[in-house]
Design a protein around this ligand. Structure first.
Ligand SMILES: Nc1ncnc2c1ncn2[C@@H]1O[C@H](COP(=O)(O)OP(=O)(O)OP(=O)(O)O)[C@@H](O)[C@H]1O
Ligand SMILES: [Mg+2]
Length: 230
């Protein structure tokens, strides 16, 4: 039983895409992999799972777990969890989240937990995603951009993980363009040099990305999946 918390340097960096890619790659090599999105906010889908992220990671992993376990908290408004609780007057039940997490861990060899936003995204006024990772007691994988600005965001994220005592298993640099700027080409080496974190993989921007199997195939090739399987 092993779990990783997939966080990112920001919203929209590719946490769902990379979680799906890792889940699908593990599944292909016979790992019983589970997925979780403890808190999702945003527009509710008209059919299927409430959260679009949940649909993607469930499809990739092939899990049959219930939506209540995978996504115990869904707040139908596209803001941070804390703002959603204020706007909707609905508190977030952390004990429910932790009970679902404990159950899912017991059902799978590996559990991938997709965060929300970045590590300092507020769940309450003084309880952040980083606090949730800490309470879960699991290692973090940080999905980063490859473009200019990623050094600042990634170094800050790693620094805060250290301060919180969260072990960073490694970085996945996403949307990489090998023909990009010098800043982009240098990002993998410089991020490793400054943060000391393993670079688990550098995942290119996939043109015409419309099917999850394209991401799974790419992640299988570009991310060191074996090193994540105990
Ligand atoms: N390597 C890639 N190539 C092409 N498109 C990508 C790649 N990675 C992510 N995307 C696309 O970028 C968008 C943002 O990615 P994704 O939803 O995975 O980000 P996220 O960090 O999970 O965002 P959120 O904070 O909303 O959960 C999506 O439309 C996704 O399909
Ligand atoms: Mg997502």
């Amino acid at each position: 039983m092993k779990a990783y918390f997939i966080t990112g340097t920001d919203t929209g960096v590719g946490k769902t895409a990379i979680t799906a890619g890792i889940a699908g790659s593990m599944r292909k090599v016979g790992v019983n992999v589970g997925v979780m999105k403890p808190i999702a906010t945003g527009m509710q889908q008209k059919t299927g799972f409430k959260s679009a992220d949940v649909s993607i990671i469930v499809e990739a992993s092939g899990t049959n777990d219930s939506e209540a376990l995978i996504n115990p908290v869904f707040l139908p408004i596209p803001v941070s969890p804390y703002d959603a609780t204020k706007l909707l007057s609905l508190p977030i039940d952390m004990s429910l989240i932790l009970a679902s997490f404990t159950k899912l861990i017991s059902l799978h060899d590996i559990l991938l937990v997709e965060g929300i936003g970045g590590i300092m995204t507020p769940i309450t006024k003084n309880f952040f995603v980083a606090d949730m990772i800490k309470v879960m007691g699991i290692e973090a994988i940080i999905v980063t951009r490859s473009t200019l600005g990623t050094l600042n965001h990634t170094v800050m994220t790693c620094h805060l993980c250290n301060q919180y005592g969260i072990k960073v298993r490694g970085l996945v640099i996403n949307n990489f363009d090998e023909k990009g700027s010098n800043a982009e080409k240098n990002a993998p080496a410089t991020l490793h040099e400054i943060t000391g974190c393993d670079i688990l993989g550098v995942v290119p921007f996939i043109k015409d990305y419309n099917r999850i199997d394209k991401m799974i195939e790419m992640v299988s090739k570009k991310v060191d999946i074996k090193s994540l399987i105990p």
